[in-house]
Design a protein around this ligand. Structure first.
Ligand code: ADP
Ligand code: MG
Length: 579
């Protein structure tokens, strides 16, 4: 289906910066590659002429040159082809390397520019496939086409011109015969773009599924669900292979149709040439033989060009897909969040619904004073995580007020709240690098400050034993769960954000380690901390400045541990059941 013109123009505009990555600083290289390709084609055409001269020399026709002259010219041509080919060996791959490197760098940089909240709502599989398999298809389709297409065009024009120069009637016959493969391939070519896009979509689904299954590996094993999981894998794998098979079939149909039609055309021209030669119309044996070769040279582009064009179109479709995913949505405006918290955080009649009509939080009113430490407790589904996400600015569209020092969270620029808050998640992001790099995330931190954060987060013993340059391993596998949480704490200390939020950060740890890590958080000074916790440990609970108890999205009770226990209400029953 053809798109409307404005839509196509918009698409071109959107893909432009991606296409520019191929050419940034590479224009001389592109020009050189083009020149090389054109030179090779020209040399090939000239060699055909040299061959014709040789054959007619042997046949005793009216040759203009001696054997020695023709041999010398052909030798020279061959030598220059060797030289140019050697140059192309050096230059071609270099162009691909630079162009694709820049393209992928650019795409990744755009990904990193996405807002945290926008990214959280997307599937990472889109980007995984865009930067791997799709990128390979883009290289093949777009970049290859850039050099191959002009080469093929010159080959066609050159061989066609030589043919005309040799004999008009033979050329007319050849043109009539060549119309067939051209029409056939052009018709089939349009289908390929659709097939390529379908394959990319399947690949993306496959990656998403694979990521999920591998992430849940231990759960799958512990439930003995290997067989069921294999079924899921096999189905998705089958779908990818089917999509690939369809793409390959379309590709092979295009090339088969072209080559059969090409062979028929070549045979036809041979017959016509012999017929003309027998009638002594000036067509010599040499011309007939070279004509078949030239015809082959002219037909090759006719077969290749539609394929190249279809590959190019398919590549552009993939670039468009990536560009659409990375298109920056109009960000809600606002002022930058403050970098310090002086009074505190206030909730006034705060309500939030994921789906209209069913509030996840209802009419919350409370104050978190700056520098103090609060716990949020409550049953599963009571709205603890929702409240924490609202505090990070991750959920918009709340009603009532959520105020940092009197300023609405919804009035802040997206992501700017991360200047004020650090969030500690249950799963800590760790990469395969040294402990130091994992702590600092590559920012320059004075050694004394780093040592202080390490001590405060309770990593002193680990650093004393293994040093800051110990390798964390892939995903931090060389560290224990408790150590990983402590890395997260140390990081937020290094960022020196005045507010620290944690959503069941220690839930995956054993009771003793969980207590130690939570104690490290309780001991921090000068930081406003709001910790969602499901472990009702008396020694810890006694240390909080306030405990908020949520029940079905409402604030059931709040106060210090002693006050809540004395009240003998909902918290009291939660606590006594837990003991
Ligand atoms: P808790 O953290 O206390 O277990 P949550 O804040 O995660 O509770 O959930 C509160 C309520 O909101 C639950 O009823 C839950 O089903 C619902 N909820 C949570 N996240 C979403 C979401 N992304 N979309 C729709 N409903 C959600
Ligand atoms: Mg939760």
């Amino acid at each position: 289906m053809r798109q409307a013109a404005p839509q196509r123009a918009q698409q071109r505009l959107r893909r432009k910066p991606y296409i520019q990555q191929f050419f940034r600083g590479n224009r001389p290289l592109v020009a050189l590659c083009l020149l090389i390709r054109l030179a090779i084609v020209a040399a090939n055409l000239a060699l055909s002429w040299g061959m014709q001269q040789l054959i007619d020399l042997a046949a005793g026709g009216s040759a203009r040159f001696t054997l020695g002259q023709v041999a010398a010219m052909n030798g020279l041509l061959l030598a220059s082809m060797v030289g140019v080919s050697a140059l192309s060996y050096a230059v071609g791959p270099l162009l691909y390397r630079r162009a694709m490197g820049q393209y992928r760098d650019y795409a990744f940089r755009r990904i990193t520019q996405k807002g945290v909240n926008a990214f959280a709502q997307e599937s990472t599989a889109t980007y995984l496939s865009a930067l791997t398999s799709d990128a390979a298809a883009v290289e093949n389709g777009y970049l290859k086409c850039l050099v191959d297409l002009p080469g093929q065009l010159l080959l066609f024009a050159g061989s066609f011109g030589l043919m005309l120069w040799y004999s008009l009637p033979l050329t007319l016959g050849a043109a009539a015969l060549a119309a067939l493969p051209l029409a056939a391939s052009l018709l089939a070519g349009g289908r390929l773009a659709g097939r390529e896009r379908a394959l990319s979509d399947e690949n993306e689904r496959f990656l998403r599924m694979l990521k999920e299954l591998l992430t849940g590996f231990s759960v799958i094993k512990s439930f003995g669900a290997e067989q069921a999981v294999f079924g899921i894998f096999a189905r998705s794998n089958g779908q990818v292979q089917t999509a690939k098979c369809r793409r390959d079939r379309t590709r092979s149909a295009i090339s088969n149709i072209s080559s059969i039609a090409g062979a028929a055309a070549q045979l036809g021209i041979m017959l016509l040439g012999v017929w003309l030669a027998l009638r002594s119309t000036g067509v010599t044996a040499g011309i007939t033989i070279v004509f078949v070769q030239l015809m082959g040279m002219a037909i090759d582009p006719i077969q290749q060009i539609p394929q190249l064009w279809a590959d190019r179109k398919a590549a552009l479709t993939l670039i468009d897909k990536l560009a659409a995913a990375l298109e920056s949505q109009p960000q809600p405006g606002g002022a930058p969040a403050p970098t310090a918290l002086r009074q505190g955080i206030r909730l006034e009649n705060l309500s939030f619904c994921y789906t209209p009509g069913t509030p996840a939080l209802q009419n919350l009113c409370c104050t978190f004073e700056a520098g103090k430490c609060y716990a949020i407790v409550g049953g599963s589904g009571s709205g603890k995580s929702t409240l924490l996400q609202l505090l990070t600015g991750g959920l918009r569209g709340y009603t009532g007020s959520l105020l940092y020092d009197g300023r609405q969270v919804s009035s802040f620029l997206p992501d700017s709240l991360f200047r004020l808050i650090s969030v500690i998640q249950q799963s800590v992001f760790l990469f395969d690098g040294t402990l130091r790099d994992n702590l600092t995330l590559f920012s320059a931190v004075p050694d004394a400050q780093l040592a202080g954060a390490v001590q405060q987060a309770g990593l002193g013993a680990l650093v004393a034993a293994r040093g800051l340059d110990t390798a964390c391993g892939e995903g931090g596998q060389n560290l224990s769960g408790g150590e990983r949480q402590r890395v997260a704490i140390a990081r937020s200390l290094l960022r020196q954000t005045p507010v620290l939020l944690a959503d069941e950060a220690t839930a995956a740890l054993d009771a003793a380690t969980s207590c130690e890590v939570t104690q490290a958080l309780l001991d921090l000074e000068g930081v406003t901390r709001i910790l969602v916790t499901h472990r009702l440990e008396e020694t810890l609970l006694r240390q909080y400045d306030g405990i908020l108890v949520l029940k079905n999205g409402r604030l059931a009770e709040s106060g210090t541990f002693e006050a809540l226990m004395a009240q003998k209400g909902y918290f009291y029953s939660l606590f006594t059941v837990a003991q």
